[in-house]
Design a protein around this ligand. Sequence first.
Ligand code: GLV
Ligand code: GLV
Length: 308
Amino acid sequence: MRVMARVLVTRRLTGPALARLATAHDVDVWPAELPPPPAVLRSRAAPAHGLLTVLTERVDAELLDACPDLRVVANYAVGTDNVDLEACRARGVAVGRTPDVLTAATADLTWALILAVARRLPEALAAVRAGHWQTFETTRWLGTGLDGKTLLVVGAGRIGRAVARRGEGFGMVVETAGRGDDLHAALARADVVTLHVPLTDTTHHLLDQAAFEAMKPEALLFNTARGPLVDREALADALREGGIAGAGLDVTDPEPLHPEDPLLEVPNLLVLPHVGSATREARAAMTELAVRNLEAGLAGEPLPHPAA
Ligand code: GLV
Ligand code: GLV
């Protein structure tokens, strides 16, 4: 038997899946571009049986306590660090996420950053726009070749493995560091380091001052996972003082970065506004997965894509 349930969706989403959900359930979509402030979220979510949340929303005990009828939280992300999983478990609220469908998009974006930083594209583009392109330059804008260099992929999950496969295509020697491996020894060997682990208590500031000290001065660092994996002060120091040669971030701590944040003044740093999964294909597929998680949770069935 299908019973109409109340669902709050905390942002507008692409793809047809939400319209399908709305034929069966009472769906409230937060219409603004910016996330609902926590107190507004609590009151708007209060009557909901299901929540479809974006990673900017903190799903914590306070929110859960405001929603006594809640059965399922479908997070529109592969990561679930914005959700207090323990608090959900304690209240019998199922939690879903959107794995697999964003793996290729995120791996591609990681490579866009690697290639752009290695070949100094932001500087070259700025020079063209500023009228500094005078002739074929023999010694300017020299970047780093990737062929034969060592790529260290930190995290051997789906995205890490997809980034590693692409690295083989670029002729790199690929190393993977997982739990239990000696990260600092691997960092010392790497020319390019890319992070693909979830944010947890143990991975918070995984790249700290000691980690940067272990890296080669010519090494490049990339983070397309979660901002707090990297100690931002230690990163800024390493880039300023030549501890490493460059970095590319699709995620920062905090997000968004203030346009006058001192991190943006550091040389050889390329920052993107968390666009790893931002392809039309991946985002529509994420909507579909999140909606399937919601449908299952509302029906009292196991979620097809539960949080790990
Ligand atoms: C985005 O960062 C995600 O976790 O899907
Ligand atoms: C995410 O899907 C991962 O496992 O890296």
